[in-house]
Design a protein around this ligand. Structure first.
Ligand SMILES: [Zn+2]
Length: 387
């Protein structure tokens, strides 16, 4: 078979509308599963809802269960965010290439990354298939990442899906980094802080119990909240922001319900359950806290031996060493890392992080080709293939 071209594959993926919601990632996943199956990968899918399909494709790791080295895993999501209110100059599903830029929703975040590792893996498939004693490869392609890693978390809690995932010796997350390796990302804990009260006529507030006053006091207290954990050398300090406040039925009633939306970003080594406990203590019994999103931080020490090899391979390709840094966004690695056996994780992909979620999103064609070459290096390094 002819090997797929990563730029053409990015175009094919961008042309499939996977705006989440509703997602409908199944057509993208079918396209990838067809290519990977034809190249000899064992493909299995896991859907967390109708048409919300994730894919695990594996090759060359049959002896891993007998105590060999665990496979190298790549992961990427195929859902994309909505187009926004500003009109696009380029068709968001056209995937047109102009002046070396491939335009479309998901071009950077992150169909180019999925295309690059899929093509790098397929190019090595025959060698991996012929050496079944090698560690092999796993490709984990997810649905529903943009709305809180839904597909990845659904796999993490499903016993059958965990079996599909198996373990991994290292994990590459091909989210947009302009091909610069990143060591991890902060965690996110989103909470609703809710208060109840008793409604009454607005002219007789003494007969009611005002829920807005309770969340207002909570909001003022939260502004002063100090984390017990200090700053991380690369991620900086944990943060807390009150993003929303809601309450009240109309101006002439005492509100009987109100809530705040709180966005907490945690650093490596910080435990979300501990943060939640601290907040509960501080806000007291008038406020009920409810978790809306709980995505842990991900971090691998720059001194990890595999991470050092990744940085060295990237430096060889780019011609310059990159300082250790972390990403500002969270990734599916937060959900997948535990089920995969806590492997080291690098975030590395061809998309430009500053173009993710933007109007007229694009990816440099050259970056897609560079990423495919980098991923080929990583596969060869892990599986002991000479290129
Ligand atoms: Zn993404």
């Amino acid at each position: 078979m002819t090997e797929p071209d990563p730029v053409a594959l990015t175009q094919a993926l961008v042309r499939v509308d996977t705006i989440n919601p509703p997602g409908h990632e199944d057509r993208c996943v079918e396209l990838l599963a067809d290519l990977l199956s034809a190249a000899g990968f064992a493909c299995q899918t896991h859907a967390f809802a109708p048409r919300r399909t994730s894919l695990v494709a594996r090759i060359g790791s049959r002896l891993q269960a007998a105590g060999g080295i665990a496979p190298l895993a790549f992961t990427g999501h195929v859902d994309v965010v909505p187009l926004g209110n500003t009109a696009w100059q380029h068709d968001p599903f056209g995937a047109e290439i102009l002046d070396g830029r491939l335009y479309g929703r998901g071009a950077s975040d992150m169909k180019s990354g999925v295309a690059a590792f899929t093509c790098a893996a397929i190019a090595q498939a025959s060698r991996l298939r012929d050496s079944p004693a090698g560690p092999g490869l796993s490709l984990i392609i997810t649905a529903g990442e943009e709305t809180g890693c839904e597909g990845a978390f659904a796999m993490a809690v499903s016993p059958q899906a965990r079996e599909l995932l198996g373990s991994a010796g290292a994990l590459v997350v091909a989210e947009p980094t302009s091909n610069v390796p990143l060591l991890g990302h902060k965690g996110a804990l989103w909470l609703a802080a809710e208060a109840r009260g008793i409604t009454a006529h607005g002219s007789m507030p003494e007969q009611g119990d005002n829920a807005i006053y309770k969340v207002a006091r909570a909001a003022v207290a939260l502004e002063q909240f100090r984390f017990e954990t200090g700053p991380h050398p690369l991620m900086g300090a944990p943060t807390l922001n009150v993003g929303t406040i809601r309450g009240g039925l109309n101006i002439n009633s005492v509100p009987d319900a109100a809530d705040l939306g709180i966005d907490i970003r945690t650093v490596a080594g910080q435990d979300h359950a501990g943060v939640l406990q601290c907040l509960c203590r501080m806000l007291g019994p008038q406020i009920q806290l409810r978790s809306l999103l709980d995505v842990g931080s991900v971090y691998t020490e720059p001194g990890d031996p595999w991470m050092q090899r990744v940085f060295a391979l990237c430096a060889t390709r780019s011609g310059q060493p990159t300082p250790p840094r972390t990403a500002s966004y969270f990734t599916d690695a937060a959900a997948l890392r535990g089920p995969l056996g806590w492997p080291p994780v690098v975030i590395l992909g061809p998309g430009a992080p500053e173009l993710a979620h933007q109007t007229d999103e694009y990816c440099q064609v050259q970056r897609i080709q560079e990423a495919t070459a980098l991923f080929t290096d990583l596969i060869a390094d892990w599986c002991g293939i000479s290129t």
